[in-house]
Design a protein around this ligand. Structure first.
Ligand SMILES: Nc1ncnc2c1ncn2[C@@H]1O[C@H](COP(=O)(O)OP(=O)(O)OP(=O)(O)O)[C@@H](O)[C@H]1O
Ligand SMILES: [Mg+2]
Length: 402
C-alpha cells in the first residue's frame, strides 16, 4: 500500500501511529473489511480493539447499515441470550411483549461482540448456529429467524486458555479465529508514543480550551520508556490529566516522573558506585588503559616472535603509575565532589554523582553517540540496542547534530 493511501485510511480510522505494527493493522483492515468474513480481534485492554472494529465496519460495504456493539461481559449472563436474539411475549417473567434482539437490529450491518470470552456456554451454542446458517431462535420462540449480519468479536482473554478451562467452545473458537487481528500492546510499539502524546494532548487541549505549551523532550523520553500496562487508554488518560493539572505550563520530566509515581529517594546502602573522578577523566583513563594494553600486546607479540619469553607481561591491567605518566593533571573544578547518593527507580540508570548536574538530554545524547560508535554507526543495530525505532534514532541524530 502506498503511503498516501495508508495515511488517508489511517486518518479516516482515527488510528494513530507510524510503527510497523500499526501499519500492519491498517493494511489488514483494508484487506479484510469488505469481505463478509468473521473477524476476531484480540489484545490487552486499552490497545484499540474497539477502534479497529469501528474501522472494519466503516470501511466495509455494510457501512450504511447498523453497527451494533454488545459488551458480552457487561450484560448479566441470564439476559444476554434474550438481548442478542430477542424473546417472544410471555417467554419469561417480565417478557410482556415480543422484543427484537441485537442480531435483528443489526440486520444487513455488523454486530460487534466485545469480550466474547465472557459469553456463557449456552449462548455460544446459539452464536455458532447464527455463524453457520444465519439463523437463530428467539428466547421462547418456536420459529427460527434469519438475518444477514457480519460478526466481529473481541477478546482480551486468551480464548484457548478458556477452552482448557471449559469456559469456551472449541468449535466456536475455530469458527471465529479464521482471521484474527492482534492489537499490539503499547510496549510493542513504544516508538509511537511521542506521536500519540502530541495528538492526544493537542486534541484534548483544543476541545477543552486549555492552553497547552507542550512536553519537554525529556518528558517525552520518559513517557516512551514507561511500560503502560493499561496501554493507549492509560497513556491517553495520563496525558489528559497532565494537561488539566499543568494548565499552560511546559510539562517537563520532573512533573511526568512525579505523576507516574517515580521519584528520587535517598538510600542508606552503598548500592550506587562512588566515582571520585569526572566522567571525562574516567573515560580518558579507560581509553589510555586500552592503548597501554594494546602497546603491551604488541610488545608481547614481538617478544614471542623473537623468543624473548622473559619479558612477557603477566599483569592484566596497566599499573596506576604507568597510567599517570600519560594523564594530564585534572583541574580542581573538573572533579566532582561526592554528593548524597540517590537511588533512581529501577527503570533509570544514572550515575548518582551526576545528579543535578546533567540534563536528561545530555545523557540521551551521550548514550546515543556512544551506542552509535559501538555499532560502527550501524543505525539498525544501534536502534535495536537502544530499543527505539530507526525513525526515532534518525530524528535524534538530527536533533543532536550527531
Ligand atoms: N492507535 C490508536 N490511536 C488513537 N487512539 C487510540 C489508539 N488505540 C487506542 N486508542 C484510544 O484508546 C482508548 C482505548 O481504546 P479501545 O477502547 O479501542 O481499547 P480496547 O482494546 O477495546 O480496550 P478494552 O479491552 O479495555 O475494551 C480509546 O479512547 C481509543 O480511542
Ligand atoms: Mg473495548
Amino acid at each position: 500500500m502506498n503511503d498516501t493511501r495508508l495515511n488517508r485510511l489511517q486518518q479516516s480510522f482515527g488510528i494513530i501511529g507510524e510503527s510497523e505494527k500499526i501499519k500492519e493493522i491498517i493494511e489488514t483492515i483494508d484487506q479484510v473489511a469488505s469481505a463478509d468474513i468473521t473477524i476476531l480481534i484480540s489484545g490487552e485492554s486499552g490497545t484499540g480493539k474497539e477502534l479497529i472494529a469501528d474501522a472494519l465496519h466503516r470501511h466495509s460495504l455494510r457501512k450504511h447499515h447498523p453497527f451494533v456493539k454488545v459488551n458480552c461481559g457487561a450484560i448479566p449472563a441470564g439476559i444476554l441470550e434474550s438481548e442478542l436474539f430477542g424473546h417472544v411475549k410471555g417467554s419469561f417473567t417480565g417478557a410482556i411483549d415480543d422484543r427484537k434482539g441485537y442480531f435483528e437490529t443489526a440486520n444487513n450491518g455488523t454486530i460487534f461482540l466485545d469480550e466474547i470470552g465472557e459469553m456463557p456456554l449456552e449462548t455460544q451454542v446459539k452464536l455458532l448456529r447464527v455463524l453457520e446458517s444465519g439463523e437463530f431462535l428467539p428466547v421462547g420462540g418456536s420459529r427460527s429467524k434469519k438475518v444477514d449480519v457480519r460478526i466481529i468479536a473481541a477478546t482480551n482473554k486468551e480464548l484457548f486458555e478458556e477452552i482448557e478451562k471449559k469456559n469456551f467452545r472449541k468449535d466456536l473458537y475455530y469458527r471465529l479465529k479464521t482471521i484474527t487481528i492482534v492489537a499490539p500492546s503499547l510496549r510493542q510499539h513504544s516508538e509511537d508514543i511521542p506521536l500519540l502524546v502530541e495528538r492526544f494532548a493537542l486534541e484534548f487541549a483544543n476541545r477543552n480550551g486549555i492552553p497547552f505549551k507542550g512536553f519537554s523532550p525529556n518528558a517525552i523520553h520518559i513517557l516512551e520508556n514507561h511500560s503502560w500496562p493499561g496501554n493507549i487508554r492509560e497513556l491517553k488518560n495520563f496525558i489528559e490529566s497532565m494537561i488539566v493539572l499543568e494548565k499552560g505550563e511546559v510539562i517537563n520530566s520532573a512533573k511526568v516522573l512525579k505523576r507516574l509515581g517515580i521519584e528520587k529517594r535517598p538510600i542508606s546502602t552503598n548500592l550506587p558506585m562512588k566515582v571520585s573522578k569526572s566522567v571525562d577523566q574516567a573515560e580518558r583513563e579507560l581509553i589510555l588503559q586500552q592503548i597501554l594494553l594494546m602497546r603491551r600486546d604488541i610488545a608481547d607479540i614481538k617478544n614471542v616472535v623473537t623468543g624473548d619469553y622473559n619479558h612477557i607481561s603477566l599483569e592484566s591491567t596497566p599499573r596506576t603509575t604507568e597510567l599517570q605518566r600519560y594523564i594530564a593533571p585534572v583541574h580542581e573544578e573538573e572533579t566532582i565532589e561526592s554528593e548524597p547518593e540517590y537511588e533512581i527507580s529501577q527503570d533509570y540508570l544514572v550515575n548518582p554523582n551526576q545528579l543535578g548536574k546533567v540534563s536528561l538530554q545530555e545523557v540521551e545524547r551521550e548514550l546515543i553517540e556512544k551506542t552509535l560508535r559501538k555499532f560502527h554507526n550501524k543505525k539498525r543495530q544501534t536502534a535495536a540496542a537502544l530499543k527505539i525505532s530507526e525513525r526515532t534514532l534518525y530524528r535524534k541524530i538530527i536533533e543532536y547534530g550527531l
